[in-house]
Write a protein that binds this ligand. Structure first.
Ligand SMILES: [Zn+2]
Length: 515
């Protein structure tokens, strides 16, 4: 059984800052790491052990929770350590570097720092993924190749904690006394209730928007930012603003969270979670509408808007179901907030048990990208070897060309000898029998040479062909050294076919010639 050591730390100074930034609290750290594990297929099956230092500074490694964690590591009982960010583990960069570059690799422990987008598994021994500041410090200690582009360390939304409320929905405001508590904003709430009452009269969102304009009801923008410069443009209620209000369950007193989860370490993007999987806290705040009204209003106003775009995915046409080998079809989002996925095109007809009925598009893109980068890295190593191979082939080619020239010269000589033999015969210095004997010998020689010549010409063409292939391979590898986004061009250049399986396995047939 693989074990994850989840390490949490909060210093006394952090505690003072908690009012301002709650994302460092022990519970936020725990939640963040747990959610990360949940959305990572590889780690989901691991056992999770928690190690915590509440009230300890990160400048010294001598902390009770840390000591327990390291003791477990020494006993080989931990396979992976996850922290919110590196500073949770240690504030000493040199110490951090020693653990990352020596101790953990030696112990075979994978180290993940979510906020730094760092995962030792993707690190491959160079300093990719490490923070710029961190890298500069390490550079003197470990004179490693840092030519690889440093990923800009944009703070992951996840790491910053999505749990803190952003803007409070229209109709509410934050309580001036109680932190994070939401209370009703009377003026805004009046408008919200008005919108719901109009909808209850079976008016469409467009009709409602028009009526609000006619009644001179201020828009959300006008209510919230009355002084904002609008460049003289009049503000009007849009039907989508109305629809958003009518579909927001927040007005029922529900608080939904977990709408997005982070894709993986190193990824700046987060994945949208289908609405059905959102976590909902009922009776979180005072409701503005009753369940009855809400249901009545939303029953004739379906959530998904009808204009569904036929979006083409770069992997379309390359992707096949590993179960039945039929093509997978792309299901674009129905509305800007919805999930994107692939599904087997024939499953509904065949009911094949092994069909891949669902594959999240974000996850697939991420996997394909990782696999492609890994493949390119391995081949990048091969570039140097290929260069050697190329110079070797060049020598071979030169030798073959020399050989060809020699053979051609020999053929000329044989031709000369034949002319000479004829002259001797014509002058009567050799008998017809002798002449025929000489000619037979020379003809055989000529035949042999022609055969050899053909053989070497073939060899020459072969070598020239190989060389051209080597050149294209090298050019491709050099051109794409590290890829951040999967584009149509990339897919067409490198990928022949992809098979996806029910157990979320991905198999890629590359277009590369050979490794
Ligand atoms: Zn299938």
């Amino acid at each position: 059984m693989n074990v994850i050591g989840m390490y949490l730390r909060l210093s006394l100074e952090d505690k003072k800052d908690l009012k301002r930034d709650e994302s460092n609290s022990i519970s936020s750290q725990r939640l963040l790491i747990k959610e990360f594990i949940q959305c990572n297929i590889e780690l989901r099956g691991y056992e999770v052990k928690e190690f915590c230092d509440d009230g300890w500074s990160g400048t010294s490694m001598d902390r009770p929770g840390m000591n327990q964690l390291l003791a477990e590591v020494k006993k080989n009982r931990i396979q992976c350590i996850i922290v919110k960010d590196m500073s949770r583990f240690s504030r000493d960069y040199i110490e951090m570097g020693t653990y990352l570059n020596q101790i953990f690799p030696f112990m075979g422990v994978r180290f993940i720092a979510l906020g730094d987008h760092y995962d030792s598994k993707e690190d491959n021994g160079n300093t990719i993924g490490l923070d710029t500041a961190f890298k500069t410090l390490l550079y003197d200690l470990y004179s490693k190749d840092i030519s690889v582009k440093v990923k800009t360390s944009v703070k992951n939304k996840c790491a910053n904690g999505e749990y803190i409320f952003g803007q409070v929905p229209f109709g509410y405001r934050k309580s001036p006394v109680e932190k994070n508590k939401v209370i009703i904003n009377k003026k805004e709430a009046e408008i919200v209730r008005h919108i719901f009452s109009l909808a209850a009269l079976s008016k469409s969102s467009t009709q409602i928007a028009r009526q609000l304009g006619e009644e001179g009801i201020p828009t959300i923008m006008q209510m919230r930012h009355p002084k904002a410069d609008r460049d003289g443009k009049p503000l009007v209620w849009s039907s989508s603003a109305v629809r958003n209000i009518l579909n927001n369950r927040f007005y029922l007193g529900e608080m939904a969270y977990g709408k997005t989860v982070c894709k993986s370490v190193g990824s700046k993007k987060s994945v949208r979670v289908p609405k059905e999987e959102w976590k909902v806290i009922p009776n979180h705040h005072e409701a503005l509408v009753t369940q009855e009204v809400f249901e009545q209003v939303s029953s004739f106003r379906p959530d998904h808007v009808t204009d569904r775009k036929r979006e083409k995915h770069p992997l379309t046409g390359k992707l096949y179901c590993g179960g039945c080998r039929y093509a997978m079809v792309y299901k674009p989002p129905r509305e800007k907030n919805k999930y994107r996925w692939f599904e087997c095109s024939k499953h509904a007809l065949t009911h094949n048990l092994y069909c891949c009925t669902y594959f999240c598009a974000d996850m697939l893109e991420e996997l394909v990208l990782t696999m492609l980068n890994k493949e390119l890295m391995i081949r990048g190593e091969a570039v140097r070897q290929k260069k050697n191979l190329k110079s070797l082939k060049e020598c071979q080619l030169a030798a073959v060309k020399d050989k060809l020239k020699n053979l051609q010269r020999e053929q000329e000589l044989v031709k000369d000898s034949k002319d000479g033999a004829y002259e001797e015969y014509a002058a009567g210095s050799i008998t017809p029998e002798e002449y025929r004997g000489k000619m037979d010998k020379l003809d055989r020689q000529m035949e042999l040479l022609s055969g050899q010549l053909r053989e070497w010409q073939e060899k020459c063409l072969e070598l020239e062909d190989e060389q051209a292939k080597l050149d294209t391979d090298m050019r491709q590898i050099i051109r794409y050294s590290h890829i951040e986004e999967l584009t149509q061009d990339l897919v067409d250049t490198f990928i022949e076919r992809i098979y996806v399986y029910k157990d979320k396995r991905v198999e890629i047939k590359w277009k590369f010639r050979e490794r």
